[in-house]
Design a binder for this molecule. Structure first.
Ligand code: SF4
Length: 314
């Protein structure tokens, strides 16, 4: 018979959620706890670091004049971004260099590191012409309170605004477009951003666009206010579930095939590990406290009137 655990009340928890933390809890409450409450470190994966490099290049690309936004310029920026990463985060950079090599800054590694990155950038150029775009915002931090003591937040890769004022939220993915199950997960992330945008600006975005650079496919969705109200209800329900798990000190291990990517197997009873004691409630955090909202808008991005749901462009 399991022991009765007295609910532990205190400061409301969680006080904020991002799409990734929400996804963690839905995948496995124990993983959410170990990452968010215990704040155990996670090792950078090569795929994640490669994704960061690609995002960095696409972010920097829009700093140059439209006519200079070419594949060659993107390749040049990829080299600069790699060199910067070697300086700023050598541990992350090491995930991309060949085994047995210590010096991340070696020029010998550049072709090895960039060989999987450059095709993704070429695919990006096949999907759209950045010379015709002037993003409204890039790497935009969204943060808005849905209720007292509860904020949703996230980072949007890009926001476009058409001359007519239509808003498109864009997210780059470096993998291939997923199955319907995982596509729903990715689109939940986009609805999450759309809800935050709506609550901050009173504008329902016209289009949510995922760009899968792994196979050149777009996934697009036109949200409605009703969709976003339903998304808000879902987020609040997940918040309540997390709150209950916290009050009961009960974050269940929920194994799935995603365990293969979990950093916490050594602490997981499903893999013979021992769960560490919960930190004191007053030390629980809700994750990152980055709340800066950089509504640094350029004007009049080109936004073609597209309504298709899924479209391969190459
Ligand atoms: S290994 Fe699986 S069950 Fe265990 S914490 Fe990680 S995701 Fe959860």
């Amino acid at each position: 018979m399991s022991a009765i655990v007295e609910p532990v009340m205190g400061t409301p928890f969680p006080q904020s959620l991002s799409p990734s933390r929400t996804g963690d809890f839905l995948t496995c409450p124990l993983m959410y706890r170990l990452k968010t409450i215990d704040q155990l470190p996670t090792a950078p994966s090569a795929a994640a670091v490669r994704g960061t490099l690609v995002h960095e290049v696409l972010e920097r690309l829009f700093n140059v004049a439209p006519a200079e936004r070419t594949v060659e310029e993107a390749q040049r920026l990829a080299v600069i971004s790699w060199q910067d990463l070697c300086q700023s985060d050598p541990d992350a950079a090491k995930t991309l260099i060949p085994e047995g090599h210590d010096s991340v800054a070696s020029a010998l590694h550049i072709s090895h590191v960039l060989s999987p990155v450059l095709p993704l950038l070429e695919t990006y150029f096949a999907m759209e012409d950045p010379g015709r775009l002037e993003p409204h915002a890039r790497e935009l931090a969204l943060s808005v309170a849905l209720e007292k003591d509860f904020t949703i937040r996230g980072f949007v890769d890009r926001v476009d605004r058409s001359p007519e004022g239509l808003i498109r939220i864009v997210d780059y993915k470096t993998g291939k477009s997923p199955s319907a199950t995982f596509e729903a997960k990715a689109m939940f992330q986009m609805r999450f951003y759309a809800l935050a945008w709506w609550r901050m600006t009173d504008e329902v975005p016209t289009q949510l666009q995922l760009m899968y650079l792994g196979n050149g496919e777009f996934v697009r969705y036109a949200p409605t206010a009703d969709d976003l109200i339903a998304t808000e209800r879902k987020i609040l329900a997940i918040r309540d579930a997390i709150s209950r798990a916290g009050d009961q000190q009960d974050f269940k291990a929920t194994p799935s095939r995603l365990c293969g990517w979990c950093d916490f197997k050594q602490f997981c009873p499903e893999f013979g590990g021992i769960v560490p004691p919960l930190p004191p409630r007053e030390e629980w955090l809700s994750g990152s406290s980055r709340v800066t909202v950089a509504l640094d808008f350029a004007l009049n991005a080109a936004l073609p009137p597209e309504n298709s749901v899924r479209e391969g462009s190459i």
